[in-house]
Design a protein around this ligand. Structure first.
Ligand code: CA
Length: 355
């Protein structure tokens, strides 16, 4: 009796094994570590990558786990590039412009002042040669990048005083990173870099006179409306792309199924993040409109000077870096073509919608 029971159980166990899904059979269980540059549950960017983690696990039937580590829990927020490049961890979620110290060209993959909108940027990446260039340059750092979201249009920032002329910008201390900061510097602003957690207090105490951050959804969470009354429309980050980047050896070592799952899950994250930014910014703007905030636009002479200053920044960086020059040429070539359609399509439509 006991022996018969034993045989029965063994037979059932054997049957269960032979019924294991094919996917799990062809893929040995893989566990990867991914570090981000955002705090845990950080709105849209942080929650987006956490959903990616869950989706990858589900899509792979549990054979692929990419555990997400928020900023500073495994490595410091801005050390993720080096850590993945060296192979200490497997992947990161961050933004290419943080690594311009490694290669000036990397800024351009995030975006640039007066440059691509989110839609145009994605078009350049996927259908205009951007992604190939990006992968070619990142390969030198033992990295394999995928698109990892886009913030959409960012605002020009919060100012304590109204900016009526170029004179009003002279000597202002402003938290503004990247190429936008370099343009502002040419207009007489002192660009300051600081950790997210220090911006509000610095603005409140007057250590800085202005700051940019992202757009209404994130800006209102930071409470900037309580310490600065002028909120300017954007020009310097018209659609900043984020990245999900793997150590190249780790990527090359994955099965085709796992690579496809990561591609699908990151594409889903990328598009969902764009729509979530749109929805949340729109809702947050309604809230800002009920507060004592003056929504403003930089006067035309400032925009003209900023464009001229950006041309100078491009000339300087092209002289310093062949990679920058090469990527810039690709951006310009594609932007020239894309804006013809954007101007006739979207811009003309906005005009009639508002008329
Ligand atoms: Ca920003």
């Amino acid at each position: 009796m006991q022996r018969r029971d034993f045989l029965k159980k063994t037979a059932i166990a054997g049957a269960a094994t032979s019924m294991t899904p094919l996917m799990a059979k062809s893929n040995k269980k893989v566990k990867l570590k991914l570090a981000t540059s955002w705090p845990a549950r950080f709105s849209i960017m942080g929650t987006g990558i956490e959903d990616f983690e869950k989706n990858v696990k589900k899509m792979s039937g549990g054979s692929l786990e990419i555990k997400v580590y928020p900023a500073n829990s495994l490595v410091p927020a801005l050390s993720v590039f080096d850590a993945v490049s060296k192979g200490d961890i497997d992947a990161f979620h961050s933004g290419p412009y943080y690594w311009k110290g490694k290669n000036l060209a990397f800024s351009l993959f995030t975006g640039f002042p007066f440059g691509f909108t989110t839609e145009e940027h994605g078009a350049w990446m996927l259908h205009g040669g951007g992604l190939e260039l990006w992968r070619e340059l990142y390969a030198k750092y033992n990295l394999y990048p995928l698109m990892g979201g886009n913030t959409g249009m960012q605002m020009g920032g919060w100012f304590k005083k109204e900016i009526k002329s170029l004179q009003d910008l002279k000597g202002l201390k402003m938290r503004i990173p990247g190429l936008g900061g370099e343009v502002m510097s040419k207009l007489g602003v002192n660009p300051v870099l600081m950790a997210a957690g220090d911006i509000y207090t610095s603005l409140e105490r007057g250590t800085i006179d202005a700051t940019e951050w992202i757009a209404p959804a994130h800006d209102i969470k930071m409470g900037f409306d309580k310490v600065a009354k002028y909120y300017y429309a954007g020009w310097h980050e018209p659609g900043s792309m984020l990245e999900i980047t793997f150590n190249k050896k780790v990527w090359d070592g994955l099965s085709e199924e796992h690579q496809s799952i990561i591609e699908a899950a990151s594409a889903q994250m990328h598009s969902n993040m764009i729509f979530e930014f749109m929805a949340e910014n729109a809702k947050a703007l309604q809230k800002i409109n009920t507060k004592k905030v003056k929504i403003a636009h930089f006067p035309e002479p400032i925009i003209k000077s900023a464009k001229k200053a950006f041309d100078e920044v491009v000339a300087e960086q092209s002289a310093k870096s062949d990679d920058f020059k090469k990527v810039w040429a690709s951006c310009q070539q594609f932007l020239k073509v894309a804006r013809g359609w954007s101007d006739l399509g979207s811009s003309a439509y906005f005009k009639v919608r508002n008329s």
